[in-house]
Design a binder for this molecule. Sequence first.
Ligand SMILES: NC(=O)c1ccc[n+]([C@@H]2O[C@H](COP(=O)([O-])OP(=O)(O)OC[C@H]3O[C@@H](n4cnc5c(N)ncnc54)[C@H](OP(=O)(O)O)[C@@H]3O)[C@@H](O)[C@H]2O)c1
Length: 220
Amino acid sequence: MWYGRDMRIGILGSGLMGSKLGTIFARAGHGVVFSYSRDRKKLETLAKDAGKNASAGTPVDAARNADVVLLAVHWTRVEDVLAQAGTLSGKVLLTCTLPMRKDDSELVIGHDTSGAEALATKVRGAHVVSAFSTVPSEVLFPVFERSRKGRLPDLVYCGDDAEAKKKAAGLIRDVGFHPVDLGALSMARYMEPFSLLVAQLAYEGSGGPELAYRFEQFGK
Ligand SMILES: NC(=O)c1ccc[n+]([C@@H]2O[C@H](COP(=O)([O-])OP(=O)(O)OC[C@H]3O[C@@H](n4cnc5c(N)ncnc54)[C@H](OP(=O)(O)O)[C@@H]3O)[C@@H](O)[C@H]2O)c1
């Protein structure tokens, strides 16, 4: 069931990233369907907490009639969730998924391509935009809450389809970031290792996620 006044957004993967981004999108007025958790009750609670624009469903419910589908699963779950979602042809596929080994120790894709590009070849006909992999999930609510006060922090994104990128940029703004267009989807080859640097700063450095969030304002 779709509620909400603006875009319809299907969430594939309702963990740290999917649950927070989905909640923010719903609070910003979009219709959101949360899906793909091993715990159906968790999806229902998430939808209830996100407000009247949100509901819980299966991956196929989330993808059906969605304008934008957010992919927020571990790389090892991508094939499974895509198979459950059904066709995504013609949709915007916004991905924050990083192509990581099962133990998250390193990227599984070399420097001459990227997870986002591999995804685009898997999901033919979908318009893939890579965004949000460069932020730790912990900063999403604070950025959203602060978004009406002062200057927005930058957030990079990339993709090949102009209309899809326009939608993605609107969603980035809704979260409370200033969208910075890096260009073609192939720029994800540089964005994905950058995301690892941010994660390293956030979780191994001394400043925590707050440091990584400030990192994107570097140079201003
Ligand atoms: N966390 C971050 O700060 C962050 C930042 C940037 C990029 N990323 C990337 O974003 C993607 C999602 O990260 P995340 O931290 O949101 O992951 P997560 O918290 O582990 O969430 C993954 C989702 O997939 C679901 N799932 C369904 N079946 C599963 C199965 N059999 N095994 C494992 N999970 C299953 C999980 O279900 P359950 O609800 O049952 O657990 C959960 O809803 C990853 O590619 C990650 O590299 C994460």
